[in-house]
Design a protein around this ligand. Structure first.
Ligand SMILES: Cc1ncc(COP(=O)(O)O)c(C=O)c1O
Length: 298
């Protein structure tokens, strides 16, 4: 038996305890990995950067030709109700839309199908202070994924294998390299710092543009920190003074060791500490104001 936490989930219009919801074995999400998803952090019951997450969801759906089953206002209402039903104030909302159940099993899209909409919320724990203070270790691996990594698809087999490679190696993240270039982590985006200048790969079909990635770039620019969005070579990654990873659940963490070799002096660097401070200040502002961006930017 699975030890499912007593959280409320949502399936196709109905809220119920997570362990009581079921989907058809003929759902194309189950048979083909035919669907897309989002993970939205919630701080003090405020969804963080909701507009950006819903925009990315809409783009993912459009890319795989699944009709968006809800307007932004409808999504916000479902997510708001889900959040209100949880015990924890800080949550991580998982949202998945698949193409829906269909018979006969056929790779091609069925003529008529209703998307399956599934959400649940989990208590969110920010990265432990020790991780922020000491950083994390990472390993590299060749990127064997498809060429539409900008779509947040539920078919994640290559990411799963990359992440498991990291677990087997005893590291916190696996950094993916393709054709001599830094791409991203198995479930994060990657930044480097060299001689005081931050650099990160540009959005492309090869990586998922993280909501956190966008926010970090925004914060760096706002605070006058030099940043270049450009291709980053494997050599530059290995030669960097600082390496960071970013994601909605891990926020921003310093990578202090890569493939067993220290990054810079092997501790989180000064630029990391600055961006981490700005990130936390931004989060605190959102929580105080109760909106997904500070008032002067609305
Ligand atoms: C492959 C990949 N890249 C980047 C990210 C970071 O995206 P976000 O900052 O929106 O969480 C994720 C998040 O899970 C991911 O799976």
């Amino acid at each position: 038996m699975l030890n499912v936490p007593p959280v409320t989930a949502y399936l196709n219009g109905r809220f119920a305890p997570l362990d009581q919801l079921q989907v058809s074995v003929l759902d194309r999400g189950f048979l083909f990995g035919d669907g897309v998803y989002e993970v939205i952090p919630v701080y003090d019951r405020q969804p963080f950067r909701l507009t950006e997450h819903l925009n990315r969801l809409a783009t993912s759906l459009e890319s795989v030709r699944i009709p968006n089953p809800h307007t932004p206002a409808e999504w916000a209402a479902i997510i708001g109700e889900l959040i209100a039903k949880q015990a924890s104030a800080d949550q991580s909302v998982y949202l998945q839309v698949t193409r829906g159940p269909a018979w006969p099993r056929n790779h091609a899209f069925p003529a008529k199908v209703e998307p399956t909409v599934f959400l649940f919320a989990d208590p969110l724990t920010p990265p432990a202070p020790a991780l922020v203070e000491n950083g994390v270790v990472a390993a590299t691996m060749a990127d064997i994924r498809w060429l539409r990594c900008n779509v947040k698809a539920i078919s994640l087999l290559a990411n799963v294998l990359a992440r498991q490679h990291g677990v087997d190696e005893g590291v916190a993240e696996t950094i993916l390299l393709r054709d001599g270039l830094l791409i991203e982590g198995s479930a994060s985006n990657i930044f480097i710092v060299k001689n005081g200048v931050i650099a990160a790969p540009p959005p492309s079909h090869l990586m998922l543009t993280g909501i956190t990635y966008d926010l970090i770039i925004e914060l760096a620019r706002q605070h006058g920190m030099p940043i270049e969005i450009r291709e980053v070579s494997e050599t530059e990654l290995r030669d960097a003074n600082e390496v960071w990873l970013s994601s909605s659940s891990r926020e921003v963490l310093a990578v202090v060791s890569l493939d067993g070799r220290p990054v810079g002096n092997g501790t989180p660097g000064p630029i990391y500490r600055a961006i981490y401070r700005h990130y936390q200040a931004f989060k605190a502002g959102v929580m105080r104001i109760g909106h997904d961006r500070p008032l002067d930017q609305t």
